[in-house]
Write a protein that binds this ligand. Structure first.
Ligand SMILES: [Ca+2]
Ligand SMILES: [Ca+2]
Ligand SMILES: [Ca+2]
Length: 495
């Protein structure tokens, strides 16, 4: 039984509820705290809001939904943000988002208390420092725009992993290769000069590279292939470090769209184009910026081969951002993570892969068995502010589908040509996700107007069931089957 006095004291202090415990702890230690102020009005109201949106708009065209949703999101942000900032005395260094109605800002504890009393503020989450724009910098190489020829095998090798998800049959029998689809690779940078990728790099046609100007006035100087939201620079080549000879974002990009110029096709969708985005995967504000950029610049899919742990209530902020981006037509894909060995359920699946609207790719080997490192579901959401669904032990069933985490299939080398030595034992669900992003690219290439959340439904419905019958917490709905998914996608009508 709850003591009556406790209920009363909570009722008398409603604003106390609005400050996240992590923010409150920081307020006791620091003079200035980075916070994210979440506005009261949002496009979606919790998990019911997302379900309602999907139900109402399931037959709509994705292109119209994007246009309409972006307009609505921007309208919502505009109604409250000026009022919030005005009430706080227009603090310096405030950065507003529109993908959710939220402001990232550094505030003193008394200003945070004041903000918590504003009706226009729903909750105050911990934030992180937003990098200053600084000097623009240059991209190291300017690619010649590639001539778009239709994809032909021409004797190139196709590795087993692509055959096992049915990709080669999609190219040969259905004549679908990913043309027209843009996959944003939110990763640690991509070697865009690699011969198997350079013909498939998205180029911002409205931007003049390396002139120090923001020619298309989108807020980003010289963003020709994408942008680094951590350093606020146009250069998006891979970060040095990690294992010699391998580059994370170059390998994941190859699995999405490596076209086999060097002799071996590595990409599920060898005519999809790649937008390159960098920035911390822990930071919800960066997620907002990344998704806003992807939406405004025509990306269809965002591949997120990373995993952030211990985000507390910020998981809910991530979920709102992801749900609203999905409504606006982005297919979000992530890998399951590699934490089975050292984490108990439910924390093996993290952010973003644990979010219901994000497609989480688990992994199986050539024999369709789950390797021991692959993270398993379920995922709990009952502890997360404003959601409080999917209580344990049942939780939310994740992963959603499976790809191949490796090893033993070719991936792109950290050079401008060639492939990683096949004896390099390199693996992880960072590779499973791009198989699914590639399959999603084939689906949208065959039928571009399918709403984003329905791409997830199609991939699950057409996957080859593995393990225990039905969707399970080891293999999800099973191994992704691009051939069946594309055939199913072609039948869907939107209007
Ligand atoms: Ca620009
Ligand atoms: Ca420029
Ligand atoms: Ca199953």
């Amino acid at each position: 039984m709850i003591p009556a006095l406790l209920v009363l004291s909570v009722a008398l202090l409603p604003q106390a509820d609005k400050i996240d415990p992590r923010v409150r702890r920081a307020m006791g230690k620091d003079n200035q705290v980075d916070v994210i102020l979440l506005g009261r009005i949002q496009l979606l109201d919790g998990h019911k809001g997302f379900r309602r949106f999907c139900k109402k708009n399931s037959k709509r065209k994705r292109s119209e939904l994007r246009q309409e949703t972006l307009r609505r999101l921007k309208e919502i942000a505009a109604t409250e943000q000026a009022e919030i900032l005005g009430a706080l005395g227009n603090p310096d260094g405030a950065h507003a988002l529109w993908i959710i109605n939220a402001i990232s800002v550094k505030l003193a504890p008394d200003a945070i208390n004041k903000a918590s009393k504003l009706e226009a503020i729903k909750y105050i989450y911990p934030g992180s420092a937003v990098p200053d724009a600084g000097a623009a910098g240059k991209v190291s190489q300017v690619l010649e725009p590639a001539e778009r020829k239709s994809f032909e095998l021409d004797g190139r090798q196709v590795s087993w992993n692509l055959k096992n998800v049915g990709a080669d049959r999609v190219w040969s029998k259905l004549k679908v290769t990913g043309e027209g689809v843009v996959v944003a690779m939110w990763d640690s940078g991509v070697r865009y000069t690699h011969e198997d990728l350079s013909g498939n790099i998205w180029i911002n046609d409205d931007e003049v590279p390396n002139n120090g100007k923001d020619d298309d006035e989108n807020g980003y100087v010289d963003d020709i292939y994408g942008f680094d939201f951590g350093r606020m620079k146009a250069e998006v080549t891979p970060d040095p470090g990690g294992r010699p000879g391998v580059e994370h974002g170059t390998m994941t990009s190859g699995i999405v769209a490596g076209d086999g110029t060097g002799g071996t096709v590595t990409g599920v969708a060898p005519r999809a184009r790649l937008m390159i985005l960098k920035g911390s995967g822990r930071d919800a504000y960066v997620a907002g910026r990344v998704f806003q950029y992807a939406l405004e610049n025509g990306a269809d899919i965002v591949n997120m081969s990373f995993s952030a742990a211990k985000l507390g209530n910020t998981r809910g902020l991530w979920r709102l951002i992801s749900d609203q981006a999905t409504c606006a037509g982005l297919v979000l894909v992530s890998g399951a993570g590699n934490f089975q060995r050292n984490q108990k359920i439910p924390v093996q699946m993290r952010i973003p892969e644990g979010i219901p609207s994000v497609i989480c790719a688990g992994g199986v080997d050539e024999n369709l068995k789950v390797p021991r490192f692959c993270s398993l579901g379920p995922v709990e959401w009952a502890s997360v502010k404003f959601y409080e669904d999917f209580p344990m032990p049942k939780g939310l069933v994740k992963p959603d589908v499976c790809g191949f985490p490796g090893p033993r299939f070719p991936v792109l080398a950290a050079k401008d040509e060639g492939y990683v030595d096949p004896n390099t034992n390199i693996k992880g669900n960072s590779f499973s996700g791009p198989h699914v992003s590639g399959a999603a690219a084939l689906v949208l290439s065959a039928n571009p107007e399918i709403p984003a959340w329905r791409v997830k439904e199609i991939l699950e419905r057409t996957a080859t069931d593995l393990g225990s019958k039905g969707k399970d917490t080891r293999t999800g709905a099973g191994l992704v089957n691009a051939y069946k998914a594309v055939k199913a996608a072609k039948k869907i009508k939107t209007h």
